[in-house]
Design a protein around this ligand. Structure first.
Ligand code: SF4
Length: 476
């Protein structure tokens, strides 16, 4: 239940007459990656795109009559996460479509280009006019301005200019392209559904579509997909250092997805097991903070030999609320989402397992709720190390001064949230859970301040606000 915001989800389909329906379902499976807005663009035979974009959840935004209008056998879709006022610009909802000298192009992006602000300033100085405040548009401008002969060469050129995180699906009149930045910060997979090919941020989308998982798109790889299902792979950046986001397995990705070479459920259980070894304590019961805490709590309970019970129930129907909580209703937000199970908690020594601690305020409210339900002792356990730094690679983290672990000791945090004991998974423990063979391929920047690539810290919220919105900072 991290306080980090979800990022975005992308889907691409080529070679199926029901492309829009498949993209719609794929976006459903990826709803956890972004709930602010969704969009689908399809290509109807010729070169013209048809699209629909709306704020809100996928299920609320695409009634049957809209889907029926989105004809064509190829298309791309996007679930957007974003935060503040500027994000509520309709023109920031993806996929974006552009008319270029090499034809019409549609693009959907998950990630964050760290040097987008600088490039945008240069392009604007040369006369470029931007329609949105999104970093994705910077990618498209570079693609459109390139003097290379074909789309693929242009993509390679743009990839050598932009920095940061990008998993992209790009649709042209006769191809679907899917590409990942050389570090591979964000996941991207593809699979086959008959002769059609489906690309998605996570494999859980393929599962829903009955598409057979083929493989992950590799860091720095571009795959070029033809309408008959032929897939050509290109590796313009073969030996780059990898930088998979370790927060994907900790929190973002769905447990049934295979991301960065392993199933998330297994990785989270291992995090819980290692956490139990590192932070052992006598207790009667282990409970999880739903949902991402469940596999970690299970791993913890198994390793510690302490029974796991349901101690908190999540209300799955919480969407946006338009009721402003009054001062007299404390902890309103958390109570809307979570409710305690008294028989699990009353008079018990309870280990509570959550994925991470960001500002600490959610943990404070949860622990207050557990105490009120009668828990005798509360031992808070976090399945990731203390978060001490912001992310610049597509995860919308608070500024450093709002990260509790950046400015407080573990003892101060324990006291603030009201736990009897507090334990974090160590960095070494996280590496162990991710597997020593793979551990060096991850980014741990928000835990260490060491990023795989210079995060171009000139991209400050102030700079992006001045530019017109959060589009170049927040993850898309
Ligand atoms: S800084 Fe943290 S959240 Fe950002 S990419 Fe690295 S591990 Fe992921």
């Amino acid at each position: 239940m991290a306080g980090f915001r979800e990022e975005c989800g992308v889907v691409g389909v080529i070679g199926d007459p029901d492309a829009a329906k498949l993209i719609y379902l794929g976006l459903h499976a990826l709803q956890h990656r972004g709930q602010e807005a969704a969009g689908i663009v399809t290509l109807n035979g010729g070169e013209e795109f048809t699209g629909h974009k709306a704020f809100g959840l996928v299920g609320d935004s695409f009634p049957n009559e809209i889907i029926a209008r989105l004809e064509g056998s190829s298309g791309v879709g996007h679930n957007r996460y974003s935060t503040t006022g500027g994000s509520r610009l309709t023109q920031n909802i993806q996929p974006f479509t552009f008319n270029t000298a090499i034809g019409n192009i549609a693009i959907a992006h998950n990630g964050n280009l760290t040097n987008a602000y600088m490039i945008r300033q240069e392009l604007e100085a040369m006369g470029s006019i931007f329609q949105s405040t999104s970093d994705t548009e910077v990618f498209m401008h570079l693609l459109a301005r390139s003097d290379k002969a074909d789309v693929l060469e242009r993509m390679v050129e743009v990839m050598s200019k932009v920095k940061g995180a990008y998993s992209l699906v790009i649709l042209t009149k006769d191809r679907l392209y899917a590409l990942r930045d050389p570090f591979g910060f964000r996941p991207l997979v593809f699979g086959r559904r008959g002769s059609a090919v489906v690309v998605a941020s996570e494999s859980c989308a393929l599962e829903l579509l009955d598409a057979d998982f083929d493989r992950e798109i590799l860091p720095g790889e571009i795959i070029e997909i033809f309408p008959d299902g032929l897939v050509k792979s290109h590796h313009p950046f073969p030996n780059a250092r990898k930088g998979f986001c370790s927060f994907e397995p900790v929190y973002f990705a769905r447990p049934d997805s295979q991301v960065f070479g392993e199933e998330i459920y297994n990785l989270r259980k291992r995090m819980g097991q290692v956490l139990a070894r590192e932070t052992a304590v006598d207790a009667d019961v282990v409970i999880a903070v739903p949902d991402s805490g469940f596999p970690m709590a299970l791993g913890y309970a198994n390793e510690a030999g302490i029974p796991m019970e349901i101690g908190l129930v999540r209300n799955p129907y919480v969407g946006r609320t338009f009721i402003e909580p009054s001062q007299s209703i404390r902890d309103f937000g958390v109570k809307l989402k979570l409710s305690p199970v008294r028989s699990t908690l009353y008079g018990k020594r309870v280990i509570v397992v959550d994925d991470s601690l960001v500002r600490g305020t959610t943990s404070l409210k949860i622990l207050r709720m557990l105490r009120k339900a009668g828990a005798k002792e509360i031992h808070m356990r976090l399945g990731s190390p203390p978060i001490t730094h912001s992310c610049y690679f597509g995860v919308d983290t608070p500024e450093r001064d709002q990260l509790m672990a950046a400015t407080n000791t573990a003892e101060e945090i324990r006291e603030f949230i009201g736990a009897d004991t507090l334990g974090f998974l160590s960095l070494e423990g996280l590496r162990e859970a991710l597997g020593e063979q793979n551990a060096n391929n991850y980014c741990y920047g928000c835990f260490t301040g060491n990023y795989p690539e210079d995060p171009c810290r000139t991209i400050t919220p102030q700079a992006t606000d001045a530019m017109g919105g959060p589009g170049l900072k927040a993850g898309f």
